[in-house]
Design a protein around this ligand. Structure first.
Ligand code: T5A
Length: 214
């Protein structure tokens, strides 16, 4: 039985943050959280894969270089396993309490990375999306768009890379193209930030986009 109801009805907003590695999601989500809190809303700041104790354990399996040959379907199912836990334990309860949920990556990352990156059939991803989420979808998605090689260089400059960051640049170019395609197909939901500029310029763009929502 599908326990999921469409809880995102006139209560908290569900906002997700997407982009290739090193695009600046994690850096700017904190900035956005402060602005939303200042405007009087309670928030839940969370991330995927992860967000719960079990989800964080699954994240470790996914990003660890211990399993370099993980089958693509295993990767897909682990993403959704972590997501199921996250939705039921944290995201849906927070939305029901009227909180704004800010989530660093969500299912669009699965379409981009497992779909375009790993070449998994989009219809199969959609089946899992419907199973795990019911009708729940993000209200807004901020896409931090950047040349994949610039983003990767930023991410790699931090030191050790994870299992995903070791992929060939072609993989990340496919991921970026998939995000831009989703943004084009979902213009009401998507807000695109040109993330290649310095932080101040990026945050000026964010201020403008946020003012349309707040
Ligand atoms: N994944 C995830 C899937 O394959 N499928 C899925 O369904 C999901 C949910 C982990 C991996 O999981 C994959 C995708 C990922 O490979 P993650 O933890 O979100 O996901 O990992 P990353 O996206 O790789 O996180 P990063 O930290 O690399 O990217 P961010 O968050 O976009 O970048 P951020 O903010 O940490 O910035 C990176 C560096 O750049 C600097 C920062 O200071 C930092 O050092 N920086 C800038 N430098 C110059 N100018 C700017 N404007 C800058 N903004 C940030």
């Amino acid at each position: 039985m599908n326990q999921i109801t469409d809880t995102n009805n006139g209560q908290g907003l569900f906002i997700t943050f997407e982009g290739v590695e090193g695009a600046g999601k994690t850096t700017n989500i904190e900035y956005i959280a402060e602005k939303i809190i200042a405007s009087g809303h309670e928030i839940l700041l969370t991330r995927e894969p992860g967000g719960t104790e079990l989800g964080e354990a699954i994240r470790e399996l996914l990003i660890s270089k211990e399993f370099p040959e993980m089958h693509h379907n295993t990767e897909l199912l682990l993403m959704f396993a972590a997501r199921a836990e996250h939705l039921q334990r944290k995201i849906i309860p927070a939305l029901e309490q009227g909180k704004w949920v800010l989530c660093d990556r969500f299912t669009d990352a699965t379409y981009a990375y497992q779909g375009a990156g790993r070449d998994i059939d989009q219809d199969n991803i959609q089946i899992l999306e419907n199973l795990v989420q019911g009708t729940l979808r993000p209200d807004y998605t901020f896409l931090f768009d950047i040349d994949a090689d610039i983003g990767l260089a930023r991410a790699r400059s931090r030191g050790e890379t994870d299992r995903f960051e070791q992929q060939h640049i072609d993989f990340f170019n496919r991921v970026r193209s998939a995000y831009l395609k989703m943004a084009d197909e979902n213009q009401k939901r998507y807000r695109i930030v040109n993330a290649q500029y310095d932080l101040q310029t990026v945050q000026t763009q964010i201020d403008k986009l946020l003012s349309q929502i707040l």
